[in-house]
Each structure stands twice: as C-alpha cells, then as structure tokens.
Design a protein around this ligand. Structure first.
Ligand code: ADP
Ligand code: NA
Length: 326
C-alpha cells in the first residue's frame, strides 16, 4: 500500500529554536514511520532576504545535521536541499502565473517582514507561491508546520484548487498538520511575539544547541507575571502559559498534571525544573548533532535525498506542463 505523502521544510537561517522543534521538527519525527515523508532544507526561501554565501552553505549542513540529530532517519525520510531539485523553481514560476497579486498582498508574514524596509525583494513577496510549489510538487496530503504557516497553507490550497479547476485535476489538496497546543511557542522575553530564530534578542529564545548553563540562565530570566500561581490562562497569564506549554511538550505531561505538581510553589522552582527538563531533552540531541555534523556523511545523504526527491517531483511537473500546454 502507498503511504501518506508528507512534506515540510525549514529555512537554513539563524539558529534553530525550541519553537521550531516543538512546533515542527518533533512532528516531522512523529510521522516519519507512518508516512512517505519529504523534509527539505528550504535554501531558496532563505535568500528572499540577504544571506552571507559562506554562512548559508554551512547552515544548510548544520540544519541537515540537526534533522538527523532530532531523529529523522535518512533511510526512512527523504532529506534534501530545495535548490538541488530544480523542479521547485520551475513549478514555482508556473504557480506565480496562477496566484494573484491581491492574495499575496494579504499574507501577514510578508507584511511583517517588509514592514518599514525600503528595499524589499520580489522574492519575499512571491515566496508563498514557491512554498506552494514545494508542497504540491510531491502531491502531499499533510504538511506539519507551526501556526505561523497556516495562512500560507490556505493559499497553497487556493492555488491548487484554482489550477485544478482551470486545467483539470492535477494536484492533491494538502492539509495542515498542526499541534493543538504548541503550534505557536512564544518568546521568553515577550509573550506577545512568537519565538523566532530571526529575533535580534537571543534571550527571547532557547536555541537547540544552547549549552546547559545558557539554558538555565535564559530560563531564570524568562518573564512571568506578578502573580505567584503556576496556572494555564493564555489571556491573563500569557508568559506562564507559554512556559507551561513548553514544559508539557518537553516532559510529556499534561498541563493539569503540571499545575497540580506546582500548587503552592513559586515560579522559581517551576522555572528551575523546566530548565533541567530542557537540558535533559536537548543533551542527547546535541551529542548526536556533534557526531553527525563531523561525520563527513551529510553531503552524501543530501545527494541521495535529492535523487529521490527528483524522482518523486518529475511526474507532477511533467503533468503540470502537459495540462498548461507547455
Ligand atoms: P522561523 O520562523 O523561526 O524563522 P521557519 O520560518 O524556518 O522558522 O519555520 C520552520 C518551521 O517552524 C515552520 O513550520 C514554522 O511554522 C515553525 N515555527 C517557527 N517558529 C515557531 C514557534 N515559535 N512555535 C511553533 N512553531 C514554529
Ligand atoms: Na516561520
């Protein structure tokens, strides 16, 4: 039997955060055995904003190593780099000719990333059409992502439906695969912003490769509130609720259980314990990362991944071209 097709990607920019892990990467690992998964290092998305070429190359290898370190098995999942598979760009162009200016203008991520900048690339604007191509190229049924990608997923479905209606059934309509809790991990310094690798303040996030003492320091400085109660209430206690979500996902305990455990205790104990949980969770990942990153095997894994990805992508692109009359 054919397994369900899954696709997702992460940009090789900055240092991968706990938000990326809990919201996306962990889901990648969870579904890899029950699906035919394609996980991409989306380097073409990264260059929508300026990147240092040498550093970009290194970060592609860093991110691939992290994919493996968190538990992705390159014999189970197809791990590859977006720019190695030219079909992404080719379908991306065709979809630019299906997408409308108006719908792209409504993308909140574009509005946020372009806000206040006087030179914004065309690529930053059309980026969601390339993301649509990434997903549709593999006839993906499910796309594990964090909450910030939901709008792009909806656009992908709109583009696919429009294409199918105009040219005949071509694309599978993908569905978002998102956590009920943890799809949007917030910043440690300000719970109204999502935790992001592009935030200039490193105190706002835990990075996957942060050493134990830095994790402890960041956790002790994480904002809470003037109350003393460890209680989940995203509206009135957003900072504490965010820490509870992180705790729950990292310790595999329900929020209710954790609330109960900290009844009558202050935030100090709670944050100290959370720091140790994160240290223990990240330690094996960091050890494995160091091994993998220095193994000399990454380039080979990516070459084999690109080969498999091309084989999966080509039939879709061939069909698209026939449908369009190219
Ligand atoms: P970033 O937004 O950190 O630069 P990407 O845009 O490369 O990272 O996103 C990679 C994946 O991580 C996407 O699926 C995205 O939705 C998810 N993600 C990013 N930040 C968070 C967060 N704070 N909480 C949950 N998921 C997140
Ligand atoms: Na994002």
């Amino acid at each position: 039997i054919q397994k369900t097709r899954v696709f997702s990607g992460i940009q090789p920019t900055g240092q991968i955060t706990l938000g990326n892990y809990l919201g996306a990467l962990k889901q990648f690992v969870n579904v890899q055995h029950t699906s035919d998964a394609f996980y991409c290092v989306v380097d073409l998305h990264a260059i929508t904003v300026p990147q240092d070429p040498k550093q970009l190359r290194e970060r592609i290898l860093d991110l691939t190593s992290l994919y493996i370190a968190v538990g992705l098995d390159p014999t189970q999942s197809t791990l590859f780099v977006q720019s190695d598979v030219a079909e992404h760009s080719e379908l991306g162009w065709i979809l630019q000719c299906v997408a409308h200016m108006g719908e792209l203008s409504r993308m909140t991520q574009y509005k946020e990333k372009s806000d206040g900048k006087d030179s914004v690339t065309v690529g930053l604007f059309t980026y969601p059409t390339l993301m649509a191509a990434d997903i549709l190229l593999y006839q993906s049924s499910f796309v594990p992502v964090g909450d910030d990608q939901k709008q792009h997923l909806e656009l992908t479905r709109d583009i696919a439906e429009r294409f199918n209606a105009r040219f005949g059934k071509t694309f599978t309509l993908p569905e978002v695969l998102m956590l009920k809790q943890g799809a949007r991990i917030m910043s440690l310094d300000d719970p109204s912003n999502k935790m992001s690798k592009s935030n200039p303040n490193p105190q706002s996030r835990i990075e996957m490769l942060d050493p134990p003492d830095l994790i402890r320091k960041k956790m002790s400085r994480a904002v809470t509130d003037s109350d003393r109660e460890v209680r989940y209430d995203p509206k009135l206690k957003p900072a504490v609720s965010n820490l509870l979500t992180i705790y729950s996902l990292s310790a595999n305990k329900s929020i209710e259980e954790i609330e109960h455990d900290y009844q009558g205790k202050g935030y100090g104990d709670f944050k100290k314990d959370l720091a140790e949980i994160l240290v223990a969770m990240l330690d094996p990942i960091q050890k494995r990362y160091a091994e993998v990153r220095n193994s000399g095997e990454i380039e080979g894994i990516l070459a084999r991944g690109a080969e498999r990805a091309r084989i999966a992508a080509k039939p879709t692109l061939d069909l698209v071209k026939r449908q369009v009359g190219l």
